[in-house]
Design a protein around this ligand. Structure first.
Ligand SMILES: NC(=O)C1=CN([C@@H]2O[C@H](COP(=O)(O)OP(=O)(O)OC[C@H]3O[C@@H](n4cnc5c(N)ncnc54)[C@H](OP(=O)(O)O)[C@@H]3O)[C@@H](O)[C@H]2O)C=CC1
Ligand SMILES: O=C(O)C1=N[C@H](C(=O)O)C[C@H](O)C1
Length: 255
């Protein structure tokens, strides 16, 4: 049995992870960490350090907050606990620094999105990018999201920027924004405009819009339920024990 600690176990994603791990027959939740104590069949702690002092843990799953996750990883990785991280908002440099602090043989696995559909959306965007001079990302999330743009949108923009030809865009940039409407052209991530919508009614959706002469190509993915992330999270938990170092993206574990 893989012994799993869930940081943020009382949150939207954390509680779905607890249900999914509990339903799997090759892993078990051995403890939870969250300031919101809920009644649970496993012990709960206020901090990760307390949890790891008291519990034997193979894998930490972290779905907390952008301002919390780095602290958790800086506790777990030097102790040799493999980490499966869904919390967004960490820069690539921070992830690399944290991975460098790990005990040799320990894996830091970060996926900005654990759905197969979003991974494929990014792969399709990578394939399309060389053929379209224009590319913009629009992401749509629920109102409680604490970071903008989303981790998925940042990763998508990075992938497009790397895959596309030297820029021949004709689309205007920030210089066309009228006074008082700064931001209308979106945030530039590696030169790709990213627009963040926050509204009731959404879980997580994203469109990648490519344009060239007389045509557009739109790639869209929607998560309507948090169960969509769970097969990917379980795959991560099952995979990290055999890997080490920093791994970014669920595609690394998908056949
Ligand atoms: N990679 C992916 O596929 C996905 C990633 N995410 C990301 O996961 C993260 C969590 O999202 P979501 O579940 O919606 O957020 P929630 O706010 O619902 O859950 C986060 C939980 O973590 C708790 N928390 C706060 N501080 C700590 C701490 N120090 N230690 C442990 N727990 C703590 C929060 O408590 P409190 O409310 O008091 O702050 C809350 O209960 C976000 O960064 C989001 O972007 C979300 C979906 C999919
Ligand atoms: O906060 C969320 O809900 C989500 N966060 C991740 C992100 O920032 O990309 C993944 C998914 O979009 C849901």
């Amino acid at each position: 049995m893989i012994k799993v600690a869930v940081a943020g176990y009382a949150g939207r994603m954390g509680s779905a992870v607890v249900d999914a791990v509990t339903a799997a027959d090759d892993m078990t939740v051995v403890c939870g960490i969250d300031p919101h104590a809920k009644e649970t069949p496993f012990p709960v702690f206020g901090t990760l350090a307390e949890a790891l002092d008291a519990t034997d843990v193979d894998v930490l799953v972290d779905f907390t907050q952008p301002n919390v996750v780095a602290g958790n990883l800086s506790v777990a990785l030097p102790r040799g606990v493999d980490c499966v991280v869904g919390t967004t908002g960490l820069s690539n440099e921070t992830l690399e620094g944290l991975a460098a602090s790990a005990t040799p043989g320990t894996c830091l696995f970060y996926a900005p999105n654990f759905t197969t559909g979003a991974v494929l959306m990014m792969e399709f965007a990578k394939a399309a990018a060389p053929y379209f001079p224009e590319a913009e990302v629009i992401e749509y999330h629920h109102c409680n999201k604490k970071d903008a743009p989303s981790g998925t949108a940042v990763r998508t923009a990075e992938i497009i920027a790397k895959a596309r030809a030297p820029r021949v865009s004709e689309a205007p940039g920030r210089e066309t924004e009228i006074a008082g409407a700064e931001g209308a052209r979106g945030a530039l991530i590696d030169g790709v405009p990213v627009h963040s919508v926050r509204s009731m009614g959404f879980v997580a959706s994203q469109e990648v819009i490519f344009g060239s002469l007389g045509q557009t190509l739109t790639i869209r993915h929607d998560s309507w339920d948090r169960t969509s992330y769970m097969p990917g999270v379980l795959l991560g938990i099952r995979s990290v024990g055999e890997r080490d170092g920093l791994i970014v993206g669920l595609e690394n574990f998908m056949n």
